[in-house]
Design a binder for this molecule. Sequence first.
Ligand SMILES: O=C(O)c1nn[nH]c1-c1ccccc1
Ligand SMILES: [Mn+2]
Ligand SMILES: [Mn+2]
Ligand SMILES: [Mn+2]
Length: 336
Amino acid sequence: LEEITVEDSYTGPRMEADESGQLRATLDFVRAMLAAFKDEQLIHRRYAMEIILQAQAILKALPSLVDVDIPQGTELTVCGDTHGQFFDLLRIFDLNGLPSETNPYLFNGDFVDRGSWSVEIILTLLAFKCLYPAHMHLTRGNHEAKSMNTIYGFVGEVKAKYTAQMADVFRETFCWLPLGYVLGGKVLVVHGGPPVQCNASLDQVRKYDRNREPPEDGPMCEMLWNDPQDQPGMLPNKRGVGVAFGPDVAKRWLESQGLQMVVRSHEVKEEGFEVAHDGYTITIFSAPNYCDQMGNKGAFIRFDSDCTPSFTQFDAAPHPNKRPMAYAAGAWASML
Ligand SMILES: O=C(O)c1nn[nH]c1-c1ccccc1
Ligand SMILES: [Mn+2]
Ligand SMILES: [Mn+2]
Ligand SMILES: [Mn+2]
């Protein structure tokens, strides 16, 4: 990275070196980065690379399933899909505060694709992961994957805003994102759903070798792609990947693992969230007016130390005039 020099002509936020000479994202830098992104400016690719690679090293050291405690008297906020809707992420921070050691967050996958500010979202989340590694938690979604990012806009956006090499570094980093979290020993947080068809245990997930693109079946595939259904039983998923699982299947798997509830994302909900399966399965979705057209609310959940959920809904924020998937391959063709 040293060979990337930050030119004197660069006027954006500058990262300072710590006492060991290592460039670090301080809170002041992250605040300045948020302001720059809000003003449709970018940070220098040297600083972007530092954030991505430092976050990658932190993520790599985690197990594939991470236990997170919510100490007495504290709360943890869980957000769902954000899908490149950076100005709605800023609204979450306005409503609920910036991430900090006293205001921990878990973002439950699908950070990128669809929305045209995916780079701003993922650099923000990874920068907070570097700043507060024990208080900013990130789950892998099915959109943290090369095949999806190539089709749904993230690769095109990174190449337009930075470089193809940076797209590769993002891809390597996504492969180290944990597959799920257990809050307070009783709530599984995962992007799609629990691995009910392969019937994997929490321990098998903890040891799973996640450093790869998502496979077509098995624990990792199901955790990124499964969906709940109202009907009892299990059916092939209409998406063609993973399964649809009923209330009986959710209850049986959760009880077999000593868990009370699964919180998942992955599906748009009109109200931003949905409590299904008699409370065993919660969906949380944090991209309001999804793709500038669905008209849905966004929502996030605050869990207290007893894992009691409180829901907050919010509407879409105004954003600069750029349509969803503005950088997707072929988007340029539509402009010719
Ligand atoms: O892009 C989405 O809306 C999405 N979010 N999670 N999964 C998808 C998806 C999956 C397959 C095909 C298209 C979208
Ligand atoms: Mn999604
Ligand atoms: Mn998804
Ligand atoms: Mn307690």
